[in-house]
Design a binder for this molecule. Structure first.
Ligand code: ADP
Ligand code: MG
Length: 262
């Protein structure tokens, strides 16, 4: 049973609300509305040490990535960042670590104009959960509204983060300066609001690339009941991927947090 069939089987129909749910489980974020012209967009992601980031990752990068992956889901909906909640599970109180984590979180929160308004702190294995809320004034860009004949776009080169992970795990030997760039892509992703703010005026559908192009474009296609034809040589890839002809880094590698839209 994969993540998606598990969610569909056990959590797809849970409770009801007297307030309007515009979009529930199944997209990058949920959409709720209290009034006609403004909608709230909500998403949540957990990062666990050794699963979602290498054990060697520094506190500043962990904070940056925890926020960026959530912001990326807001960007993918065409939403603007507003507030977030932070749930921290820490094995110990290490003040040097906490200072570096908090400074980086604050810097990123300022950069993206999002405010921390609550959360939870407990003792346990290192794990960071962020719930982010954004606002939409016009219409959200969903996964389910791609149209026949649409062109498929991505916002940057795909596969850099997967190359970085392979390099950290010593599965791939790269030149030092090259490895540095790819590890930076893995540890310090950018939420692409620069792209989404423009694209949301035109795109029929959009998703962020957390699990790799084939998987995430697959979500658009399934939700929109469409198929796609991809041209390998048209997919933007880091130089290193073309060189190695290891295209799976760009097709199935996760963690790039670029946007894919049609
Ligand atoms: P993303 O990769 O964009 O962060 P996910 O793959 O984590 O999205 O989740 C897919 C969808 O399933 C989202 O709409 C998410 O809110 C929902 N979801 C994930 N886990 C759960 C859960 N335990 N209960 C309810 N909904 C969930
Ligand atoms: Mg997403």
């Amino acid at each position: 049973m994969n993540e998606f069939s598990l969610i569909a089987e056990y959590f797809s129909d849970c409770g009801h609300s007297q307030y309007a749910t515009e979009l529930g489980i199944g997209d990058d974020a949920a959409i709720v509305s209290l009034s006609k012209d403004e909608q709230l967009v909500m998403t949540m992601d957990t990062l666990i040490e050794g699963v979602h980031f290498p054990v060697s990752t520094c506190a500043a990068d962990i904070a940056l990535k925890s926020l960026a992956v959530n912001l990326s889901d807001l960007a993918a909906m065409g939403a603007e960042p507003a507030w977030f909640l932070l749930s921290l599970s820490l094995p110990e109180v290490d003040q040097t670590w906490l200072k570096a984590f908090a400074d980086s979180l604050k810097q990123q929160a300022e950069l993206y104009a999002i405010r921390l308004i609550g959360g939870d702190t407990c003792k346990g294995a290192l794990s960071i959960t962020i719930q982010a809320t954004g606002v939409i004034q016009q219409t959200a860009i969903r996964r389910s509204t791609a149209q026949l004949g649409d062109h498929i776009f991505v916002s940057g080169k795909l596969g850099a983060a997967a190359l970085g992970l392979a390099s950290v795990q010593n599965k791939l030997k790269l030149a030092d300066d090259e490895a540095k760039d790819y590890i930076e892509a893995l540890n310090r992703p950018t939420a692409r609001f620069d792209i989404s703010r423009i694209v949301k005026l035109y795109a029929h559908s959009m998703i962020d690339l957390s699990d790799g192009l084939l998987a995430d474009l697959g979500h658009i296609l399934n939700a929109s009941h469409c198929g796609a034809e991809l041209y390998l040589d048209a997919i933007p890839m880091p130089f290193c991927v073309r060189n190695l002809a290891q295209f799976e880094y760009s097709l199935t590698g996760g963690d790039d947090y670029e946007l894919c839209f049609t």
